[in-house]
Design a protein. Structure first.
Lengths: 247, 990
């Protein structure tokens, strides 16, 4: 029985040795898949995803269901590898992945300049190779990179991260409740957390599925937006080194 | 092409050496194996937390609010013989596992560094010890610091190939100690150039191999006992090291085994699942320490577990798995009293081998039993008998007892020789505990607290260690503390963090004068009502007050006003947590152990007369026939006009000349309460009896002076009736508002088997019948149990019937079906506790739920959670029972003291009869005691026991027969019971 998140107040250290405001190691590459229009590979700690973008291309079905008139449709497909979790599973995801697909699709539909590509489809497919928390955030970040790689115009990076509230919701003293940035899988299971995606200072994705005390949310949001900024800087760095190499 | 590669190049990471990963394999419940990979971020900014070090202060981490945790370890730590410059201790895992009691001693063991490696291992090995360790780190005075060595780059250790996890962890501990020493000398050097005293960082371990390696690496290291012997009060402390560790090593050489081996966990689990084995809680009979019973869900009646071998090292209270023995080994429950001290007086704690698990005398006692059983041809006598095959969970706690004088080899106080002695627990169901001590001479004649460490197969008795001495036997302080410990009552003063939750005004707090104050929001102003309280004399925590007045329509308005404790105790603060832990106020003869701090209980919440107080009020409209027209609940402000004692109130009601509003209100209440009471009895409520006595003490010294049986006045039942009514009304309202989570109280109908014996006894002896089909039937049949010659007989039967009942319990509405809510004794469909929030936690929770139900304030989330409430119920049920037990034990002690040196003749009744003794109950003092045949004459007279007719014919010189329910005259003297060291009433037949 390893220690759990209740040890945080003892030394302000998290289960993997990070402080409250530290991101995990982020490693990213773009153009990893030559055949695609855009692609990226992203690691946030032990969460690993690969993202491939095709398009904008003419949509299969004429009607362009799901997209507004005169705009491109953003289709998202997420596949979870059977070996990605702790236990091997044959069919992973269903409701969870379709929810994430929907979330990504709405987020990017409003971010990308879809009006430039009427009657066409931009399809994003994401493969989750390894899961260790902050899955939705990793997908959002990887998709942003792949879309940039594909050269699809957008206003700014959409970057995302997760934030948790360290004390359990029952204890009432707010003194010991630091918001924790960028959760790993273990922390996600034990703490209430939210996923936040930001374009610049503006929040564009916000997902909260657990119960958190009202007064804690503000702090969590502030830390989250700050975290997104830092992710943005890292991703920006990745894009620029790539630009130097190949541009 | 390079950019196709997904491989991570270390160049891209800028050579991050601070990232490592932890890989381990674990198997799940279903037997699958999982490989788990975790990241580990190594860092250099984990402070050493020594006040000597400045460098660490600069890098110390801040939390979200930019605060830095204060440094814990003292700059001038205590020294010892070996380390005159002072030392920081770094115990390894085993040191904590064996010596946790030592580390908790207030006077020694300061400045301790708890390594993360050790903390994790402790958690793996024992959760309770882990929690105690965490509590220690929070105790500021003790200066315990958790150092996360696994996250600090310099102290992180990678497991080598082929290295066991234990070796790796030992190495991690050594490395951390080495680093600490190095770091501290640097820190001191940086502070001043002059040579200063540098504290040593000492590893504490009992692992010989580890010690050796430390020595060769030049790391200061000591074994726990070595270290302790360097301290001042070494002898006392040395005894507290858990014996388990040491014994294990010596053990291996010995081969003799007393007890059968336990089954493996998986074998037990499959057996339980398949229904061939059974799981339950092991209980030992208070009359016969060799007879245990276990109630398992598969059978209605309890299974019997006879003899030491069959109970196989189970201690009363353990959760065990049993196997039913073949039918030819079934036995009848004992009709004989068997006490440990009479049989095993001469056991020598030092000698283990050469003796069987069943001593010769024990065997003889059992043989006689068997013969007796076989001699009786009566059918169905032998009962299903089982044996323990494994233990699921030990429920060992700390036990209070005294050292057996006979087991002490040398009683001289100066002798410092270590010897093995027996501790005889106060609780007769617990076996003697072998303890190794150097202070045997001093501990004789003292109340001693000890724990059990282990019970190996090759040891007849469990092995434990000394925790602390409570004081002289029979001294008031020691005995009171002993019974508080024995019943697990929290009696320490409230910590500061709890007292900080009190209103800052203290005793000056008043109901705000202005009606616009937020305190008045939602409160009714009931200050003009003629409210009064009626309580036992000298009561200071007044929970309840009453009023009644006539309404214009001829009906009455009756109000029950309960102290508004929930206004002061907010959910989930420190005070609330403490109260929920304590669960109830415990009343001892001379002492009250409060659930809430004095300020609230006896002043701010207490509905004292002549002052305004917040209250939670239940208002009814009641007709003259005591039918309820309507009920209303509201928070209010009241002003009690008078605080009566039961007697004062009775006198005032009876005094015709008093015609004021208050007295007339009480008369109305009295009239209504009598009608309510009748209605309740008509519905089948039981009138049970328990022997209640009151000990009168001298006011100054609280030495007991006299014992009296409690008198019941009409005013007692007046208050009781309205409290019951309030509880029932509130229960209904709470259940309506929170059908899943309302906290209620139920009293299950007793199973028929409980009354079998009593029914049979009454039938055989008195030709009476007891019917148990419903509470009404039982109440009626109890009424018919009268012996015209003996007015007390009815009460005696009621006392015995009470013992056949189930005990009432708190529960959470969602956990039972509605028909199960019934309160059998009160014959009410639904019931809760609402009327004593100062002294019971359940009532406080009911207040919060009711406040939410009437939309006064929102319900705290903790009261929404069924799981949490069930936890609370479990705790308060246990605390409630313990409080009762402690109260009874206290009375028992004082009755013993009051009768000290007296010699009185009194009437008594025979309540229970065995083949070698009988139990006599003396109503005058509320005591019951065993009279054994061997107490009648020496040598023990022969006797013939007729179990079917409950007659014991004593032969020989005495030549008389005693039977159940017989009235006898007994001589009451007192003696010190050898087995428990308690002063007890001794009865002898006249």
């Amino acid at each position: 029985m390893p220690l759990d998140t209740s040890i945080y107040p003892l030394a302000l250290l998290r289960l993997d040795g990070r402080r409250w405001n530290e991101l995990r190691r982020i490693h990213a590459q773009v153009s990893v898949q030559a055949a695609a229009d855009g692609s990226s590979y992203l690691e946030m700690g032990n969460t690993r995803v690969i993202c491939v973008v095709l398009g904008p291309a003419e949509g299969k079905d004429k009607g362009q269901r799901g997209a507004r008139e005169g705009e491109a449709k953003v289709g998202v497909e997420i596949a979870v590898a059977g070996f990605s979790g702790m236990e091997r599973r044959r069919r992973v995801g269903n409701k969870r992945t379709s929810e994430m697909q929907h979330c990504l699709s709405t987020a990017f539909s409003s971010l990308l300049f879809t009006h430039l590509y009427p009657h066409s489809t931009i399809s994003i497919s994401i493969h989750i190779l390894s899961q260790d928390g902050s899955l939705l955030a990793a997908c959002l970040n990887a998709a942003t990179l792949a879309l940039i790689d594909a050269g699809i115009p957008m206003s700014d990076y959409l970057t995302a991260c997760t934030v948790a509230s360290s004390a359990s919701s029952s204890s009432s003293d707010t003194a010991t409740s630091d918001p924790l940035l960028d959760l790993n899988g273990l922390e996600e299971q034990e703490l209430p957390f939210l996923t936040i995606g930001a374009v610049g200072e503006k929040v564009s994705v916000l997902m909260l599925e657990t119960r958190v005390r009202m007064e804690r949310v503000e702090g969590m949001l502030a830390v989250g937006v700050e975290g997104c900024k830092r992710v943005r800087a890292i991703l920006d760095g990745v894009v620029r080194t790539y630009e130097k190499k190949f541009g | 092409m390079e950019y196709f590669s997904l491989k991570r190049s270390s160049a891209l990471d800028q050579g991050q050496t601070n990232l490592s990963s932890k890989v381990y394999v674990r198997s799940t419940k279903s037997g699958k194996v999982q490989k788990i990979v975790r990241e580990l971020y190594l860092r250099r900014d984990i402070p050493c937390s020594s006040s000597l070090c400045r460098a660490c202060l600069e890098i110390a981490p801040t939390d979200y609010s930019k605060k830095v945790a204060p440094f814990v370890l003292s700059d001038t730590p205590a020294g010892s013989k070996n380390f005159p410059n002072g030392q920081y201790l770094v115990p390894d895992t085993n040191a904590f596992l064996t010596g946790m009691d030592l580390f908790e001693v207030e006077t020694a063991f300061h400045d301790v560094v708890v390594l993360q490696t050790v903390l994790e291992e402790v958690k793996n090995q024992s959760l309770p010890l882990y929690h105690r360790l965490i509590a220690l780190t929070k105790n500021e005075g003790k200066r315990f610091y958790v150092f996360f060595n696994e996250f600090r780059q310099e102290t992180y250790v990678i497991r080598n190939a082929g290295e066991t996890i234990n070796d790796r962890n030992d190495r991690a501990v050594r490395k951390a100690v080495l680093w600490y020493n190095h770091h501290l000398s640097e820190a001191v050097a940086a502070r001043s150039k002059k040579q200063q005293r540098i504290p040593s960082v000492v590893m504490i371990t009992d692992d010989r191999d580890n010690l050796q390696k430390a020595k060769s690496d030049g790391i200061p290291a000591l074994s726990l006992s070595e270290f302790v012997s360097g301290l001042e009060n070494a002898d006392e402390l040395l005894d507290m090291i858990s014996a388990a560790q040491e014994r294990r090593e010596v053990r291996s050489s010995k081969a003799e085994v007393f007890y059968p081996e336990y089954f493996t966990m998986s074998k037990m689990m499959t057996g339980v699942k398949a229904g061939t084995l059974h799981q339950g809680i092991f209980n030992v009979s208070p009359y016969n320490y060799l007879e245990g019973s276990i109630h398992v869900p598969a059978f209605d009646k309890s299974l019997l577990i006879l003899g030491r071998e069959n109970s196989n090292r189970a201690v009363s209270g353990d959760v065990v798995v049993v196997e039913v023995l073949p039918k030819d080994q079934w036995k009848a429950p004992s009709t004989k009293i068997i006490e440990e001290e009479t049989l095993n007086k001469n056991d020598n704690p030092e000698v283990e081998d050469g003796e069987d698990v069943i001593s010769e005398r024990e065997r003889r006692a059992l043989q006689e039993e068997v013969k007796r059983v076989h001699g009786q041809s009566a059918e169905g006598r032998p009962q299903p008998t089982a044996r323990v095959v494994g233990i699921i969970k030990r429920n060992w706690r700390q036990y209070v007892g005294h050292i057996d004088r006979d087991s002490v080899r040398s009683t001289s106080k100066s002798s410092r020789q270590q010897q093995m002695v027996f501790l005889v627990p106060m609780d007769k169901r617990i076996p003697k505990i072998r303890i190794r001590t150097r202070q045997a001479g001093e501990l004789l004649g003292q109340r001693v607290l000890a724990t059990i460490d282990s019970w190996e197969r090759d040891s007849r008795y469990p092995v434990g260690h000394f925790v602390r001495s409570l004081g002289e036997l029979e001294s008031k302080g020691a005995e009171t503390e002993a019974l508080l410990l024995e019943w697990d009552v929290q009696y320490r003063p409230f910590p500061k963090i709890v007292l900080d939750c009190l209103p800052p005004e203290g005793h000056e707090w008043k109901v705000p004068a202005s009606l616009d104050d937020p305190g008045w929001r939602g409160r009714k102003d009931l200050r003009d009502l003629l409210v009064c309280s009626i309580d036992p004399p000298g009561c200071v925590d007044i929970d309840d007050a009453l009023h009644a007045r006539k309404l214009p329509n001829g009906n009455f308005e009756v109000g029950v006003h309960i102290a508004d404790v929930s206004h002061f105790v907010k959910p989930n603060n420190a005070m609330d947590k403490e109260a929920s832990q304590r669960g109830t106020t415990v009343y001892l003869v001379d002492k009250r152990i409060d659930m809430l701090p004095m300020l609230l209980g006896t002043d701010l919440c207490s509905l004292k007369p002549y002052v305004e107080r917040y209250a939670f009020t239940v208002l009814w409209e009641i007709t003259t026939n005591a039918d309820i027209v309507s009920v209303d609940f509201t928070k209010s402000v009241i002003r009690s006009r008078e605080a009566f004692s039961y007697e004062q109130a009775q006198i005032r009601i009876d005094d015709e000349s008093q015609q004021d509003g208050l007295t007339n209100g009480m008369r109305t209440l009295m009239m209504l309460s009598k009608k309510l009471r009748q209605k309740r009895y008509d519905a089948g409520a039981l009138n049970l009896a328990s022997p209640e006595v009151k000990v009168q003490t001298e006011s100054e010294t609280s030495d007991p002076v006299d014992v009296q049986t409690k008198r019941l006045l009409d005013t007692n039942s007046l208050v009781e009736e309205f409290m019951l009514l309030a509880n029932i009304s509130v229960a209904g309202k709470n259940y309506e508002a929170f059908p899943q989570t309302a906290l209620l109280r139920r009293h299950g109908a007793p199973p028929k088997t409980n009354f079998e014996e009593l029914g049979n006894q009454l039938k055989v002896k008195k030709g009476l019948e007891i019917r148990t089909d419903s509470s009404k039937a039982l109440a009626d049949s109890l009424d018919t149990c009268v012996d015209h010659k003996e007015p007390f007989f009815n009460t005696l039967v009621r006392i015995m019937a009470t013992r056949c009942m189930m005990s009432a319990e708190y529960f959470c509405a969602g956990s039972q079906a509605y028909p199960e809510f019934r309160h059998y004794g009160l014959a009410s469909e639904i019931y809760t506790h609402f009327t004593s929030p100062i002294r019971r936690y359940a009532d406080l929770e009911a207040h919060r739920q009711l406040a939410a139900a009437i939309d006064y304030e929102p319900l705290d989330p903790s009261l929404h959670s069924k799981a949490k409430l069930e936890g609370i119920c479990k705790n308060i049920n246990m605390r409630h029972r313990n409080a009762q037990m402690a109260g009874r034990a206290s009375i028992e002690y004082y009755v013993g003291q009051a009768l000290k040196g007296k010699d009185i003749k009194e009437e008594g009744f025979i309540m229970k009869i065995f083949s070698n003794g009988f139990v006599v109950f003396v109503p005058r003092f509320g005591v019951e005691s065993l009279i054994r045949l061997r107490d009648l004459a020496t040598p023990e007279p022969e006797a013939e026991f007729d179990a079917e007719n409950y007659v014991l014919k004593v032969k020989g010189d005495i030549n008389r027969s005693v039977e159940l329910f017989e009235k006898v005259t007994v001589r009451i003297t007192d003696e010190i019971e050898e087995s428990t060291g308690k002063r007890k009433v001794k009865l002898t037949l006249v």
